[in-house]
Write a protein that binds this ligand. Structure first.
Ligand code: PLP
Length: 388
C-alpha cells in the first residue's frame, strides 16, 4: 500500500467520471440513453486519413523511434496549414511543437513556465483540464468570469490590477467549450495589449478552430499583430478531423514557449507513432471537403436541436461555433439537479454547468454529437416532461 503524492490530491475531481457512471447505470436498466453529455465526436476519421495510416504503418521506417521533437514533415505541414487557413507565417524549426493531443500540451504548459505559487488566469466556465495543469505546477488560479451579456468573453476591466500584476499565464479558448462562443478580432487585440502591458503569456486553446457556423470562420489568436510575442495557440486534430482517438495536436507561436514545451517533452516522450504523424500531415494537407462536410453536419444538427428546443418553449440560443450548446436551466433547478432530472426522467444526458466552474452554474452543456433523429428524439422526450 503506497500513499499518493500530495500534488495528486490537489487534482480536480474528474466530473465526467460520475456522469459516465450514472449514464451506465440507467443504460444497464435497459433504457436507451441519448448521451449529449460528453465531447466525443461521433463520426469516423475521413477515409483518406485512415488509408494513409494503413500504408504508413506498413513501412518499417515507421517502426523505429522518430526524431524526439516530431517529424520535420509534420511541422512543415502545420506551417502550410496555418498559412493556408489563417494567413499566419510560422517557422517550422522554432515555432511549432508536436503534442500528444491538445490535452497533453495544455496540462504540461504550466509546468514549463511557472513556479509554485505563480498565478494563472483561467476562464470560468472553462475546460477543466486547465485546472489540472495549474495544480500539477503547484500554481494558483484566478478565475475570469465569462458572462452571457459580454458574449462569454472575459471582461479584463473587472479583473482588478492586483490579479493582472500577479498573473504570469492566461488560458483562453475560442470557439469556446462549453459556451460555443466565438472571439472577435477586437477582443484578441485587447488581449495582446493587456498581455504586453502585464507580461502575461497567453495560451489560446483553439481545439474547435475548424468549427464555426453560418460561414463565420474562427479566428486564430496568431492572426492578430503582436500575438506571437505574447503567447501560443494549441490546436488539435481531434475535432476538425474526427481524430480524437489518435492523440495528435500541436502548439504554435512564441519561440521561447515552444522551446520550453519541447524541453519538457524530451523528458516525457520520444515522439508520436510516426505513421500517425504521416496521417496527421495528410489530414492537414490533403482534401479538405471532409471539414466542410463536418461543419455542415454540426450546423444542421445545431439548427434542428436548438430550433426544436425553442419550439417547445425552452429559451435557448444557438452556439456560434464548437459542437456544444449551452442551455440555461429552468428556474428552481441547479445545473446538477437539472442534468440528473433529464437523465432519470427523459434518459437524456447533458453535462451540468457547475462542472466547468462556478460561473457555469445555471446552465447545462449538450453536445451535438449524435444524429438529427436522435437530437429530435431528445427534444420530444424533454417536451414530454412539460416543464417549459
Ligand atoms: N481543449 C478543449 C476546449 C477541449 O474541449 C478538448 C477536448 O475535449 C481539448 C482541448 C483536448 O483535445 P485533445 O486532447 O483530444 O486534443
Amino acid at each position: 500500500y503506497f500513499e499518493k503524492s500530495d500534488v495528486l490530491h490537489t487534482l480536480p475531481k474528474q466530473f465526467f467520471a460520475s456522469l459516465v457512471s450514472k449514464v451506465g447505470e440507467i443504460a444497464a436498466e435497459g433504457y436507451d440513453v441519448i448521451n449529449l453529455g460528453q465531447g466525443n465526436p461521433d463520426q469516423p476519421t475521413p477515409r483518406h486519413i485512415v488509408a494513409k495510416l494503413r500504408t504508413a504503418a506498413e513501412n518499417p521506417i515507421n517502426h523505429k523511434y522518430s526524431p524526439f521533437r516530431g517529424a520535420g514533415y509534420l511541422k512543415e505541414a502545420v506551417c502550410e496549414y496555418y498559412k493556408r487557413e489563417f494567413g499566419v507565417e510560422l517557422d517550422p524549426a522554432k515555432e511549432v511543437a508536436i503534442l500528444f493531443g491538445g490535452k497533453a500540451g495544455l496540462v504540461e504548459l504550466p509546468q514549463c513556465l511557472l513556479n509554485p505559487g505563480d498565478t494563472v488566469l483561467v476562464p470560468d466556465p472553462g475546460y477543466p483540464d486547465y485546472w489540472s495543469g495549474v495544480a500539477l505546477a503547484r500554481a494558483k488560479m484566478e478565475m475570469m468570469p465569462l458572462k452571457e451579456d459580454k458574449g462569454y468573453l472575459p471582461d479584463y476591466g473587472q479583473l482588478g490590477t492586483e490579479a493582472l500584476e500577479k498573473a504570469k499565464l492566461m488560458f483562453l479558448n475560442y470557439p469556446n467549450n462549453p459556451t460555443g462562443a466565438m472571439a472577435t478580432e477586437e477582443f484578441f487585440k485587447e488581449t495582446v495589449e493587456l498581455a504586453k502591458e502585464h507580461s502575461i503569456c497567453v495560451v489560446h486553446d483553439f481545439a474547435y478552430g475548424g468549427i464555426g457556423f453560418e460561414g463565420d470562420k474562427p479566428l486564430s489568436f496568431l492572426q492578430v499583430e503582436g500575438a506571437k510575442e505574447t503567447g501560443i495557440e494549441i490546436y488539435t486534430l481531434s475535432k476538425t478531423y474526427n481524430m480524437a482517438g489518435w492523440r495528435v495536436g500541436f502548439a504554435v507561436g512564441n519561440q521561447s514557449v515552444i522551446e520550453a514545451i519541447e524541453l519538457l517533452q524530451d523528458h516525457l516522450y520520444v515522439s508520436l507513432f510516426p505513421a500517425v504523424q504521416e496521417a496527421a500531415a495528410e489530414a492537414l494537407l490533403g482534401p479538405q471537403d471532409c471539414v466542410e462536410e463536418l461543419v455542415r453536419t454540426y450546423e444542421s444538427r445545431r439548427n434542428v436541436f436548438i430550433g426544436g428546443l425553442q419550439s417547445i418553449g425552452w429559451n435557448v440560443s444557438a452556439p456560434a461555433g464548437s459542437f456544444f450548446s449551452w442551455l440555461k436551466v429552468p428556474d428552481g433547478f441547479t445545473s446538477q439537479d437539472f442534468s440528473d432530472y433529464l437523465l432519470s426522467h427523459a434518459h437524456v444526458a447533458v453535462a451540468p454547468g457547475i462542472g466547468f466552474g462556478e460561473y457555469g452554474e445555471g446552465y447545462v452543456r449538450a453536445g451535438l454529437l449524435t444524429t438529427e433523429d436522435r437530437l429530435l428524439k431528445a427534444v420530444s422526450r424533454i417536451e414530454a416532461l412539460k416543464i417549459f
